[in-house]
Unconditional design. Structure first.
Length: 143
């Protein structure tokens, strides 16, 4: 039967009006059946897990003490990705999950930058204090 359908669909011989209509109906049915067999995109599980891990890492690093905008944005994007999954909009869910992950990583990087700048400032103040002490000691020394 399948061979007959395929032969009918690709037949090069001209068909009469009734047979031609049947041929197009058969072709349309085959296309509809095949398109119905196409599977829907799967939820972006890996991207969602990566975003959740990145947000968790940022929260554990207490980035909210240094920056909140990026982490809040990441949380909102993750929530929007979950909503997109429930609405079966998998491309949007994937994009939002990736953005959430990137924003969480950005929050972590900015927090690390702020921490490093604070350490740098403390070290510079210590260096300045040692230099001032050295200058005072040198001014009291007679050569």
């Amino acid at each position: 039967m399948k061979k007959h359908i395929a032969d009918t669909l690709v037949s090069a011989e001209p068909l009469s009006g009734a047979r031609s209509g049947k041929r197009w109906l058969l072709l349309a049915s085959a296309v509809a059946i095949l398109s119905g067999c196409a599977s829907a995109p799967l939820p972006p599980a890996a991207e969602m897990q990566a975003a959740e891990r990145a947000i968790g890492t940022a929260e554990q690093a207490q980035v909210v003490r240094y920056t909140t905008v990026e982490l809040d944005t990441a949380r909102k994007e993750l929530a929007a990705a979950r909503l997109a999954i429930t609405e079966e909009n998998m491309p949007q869910a994937r994009r939002l999950a990736l953005q959430a992950q990137l924003n969480a990583e950005l929050a972590l990087a900015r927090a690390e930058l702020v921490k490093a700048q604070a350490v740098n400032k403390d070290m510079q103040q210590s260096i300045d204090a040692v230099q001032q002490e050295a200058q005072r000691n040198m001014s009291g020394v007679k050569l």
